[in-house]
Design a protein around this ligand. Structure first.
Ligand code: HEM
Length: 138
């Protein structure tokens, strides 16, 4: 019962974290396209608020995953591959934090096209991670 409750919480916080991982880069796409001061300031505010909201969700998603792994003695190559991909997601999350500061300081050099491709990274990782954890192929 405890195991399944933790797994349910894990999936809930993974979904919530991904809401931010999908939406924040979309704000960057818009931010890279606009020049008027009012819109630039509003996007900067939305980005920093979203980042403050999604960071604890990511910490809870990963923390509960670690609890499942180490608390219940799971093992398997799928878990190592999954953790490697999640480490990439954490790096992506932290890089988004740097991009927020770059936009706020007027130091952004990337185009909205670049951010459209950047926005697809979490989608690809999500597909691979969910197939890994459900199928456990190795
Ligand atoms: C380092 C971070 C993470 C660790 C250590 C971890 C570990 C685990 C473990 C041990 C399970 C239980 C597997 C089972 O009961 O069969 C699990 C379930 C799951 N994890 Fe994670 N996880 C992490 C992050 C994530 C992320 C970022 C995602 C989404 C992209 C994710 C998606 C899932 C899903 C969908 C399940 C349910 C699988 C099922 O019920 O068959 N996890 N995770």
């Amino acid at each position: 019962m405890l195991y399944l409750s933790i797994k349910a919480l894990h999936i809930i916080f993974v979904i919530s974290w991904f809401a931010g991982l999908f939406y924040l880069p979309r704000l960057f796409v818009n931010h890279a396209m606009v020049t008027d001061k009012a819109t630039v300031e509003r996007l900067a505010l939305m980005e920093s608020k979203l980042y403050r909201f999604m960071t604890p969700l990511g910490i809870l998603a990963v923390g509960l995953g670690m609890w499942l792994w180490f608390g219940f003695g799971l093992a398997g190559g799928w878990l190592h591959a999954k953790t490697a991909l999640v480490t990439l997601l954490i790096a992506y999350h932290l890089y988004c934090g740097r991009l927020i500061r770059a936009f706020a300081d007027g130091r952004n050099t990337r185009s909205h096209v670049w951010y459209r491709f950047f926005n697809e990274v979490p989608v690809l990782v999500l597909f691979v991670v969910v197939f890994l954890v459900v199928l456990k192929p190795f």
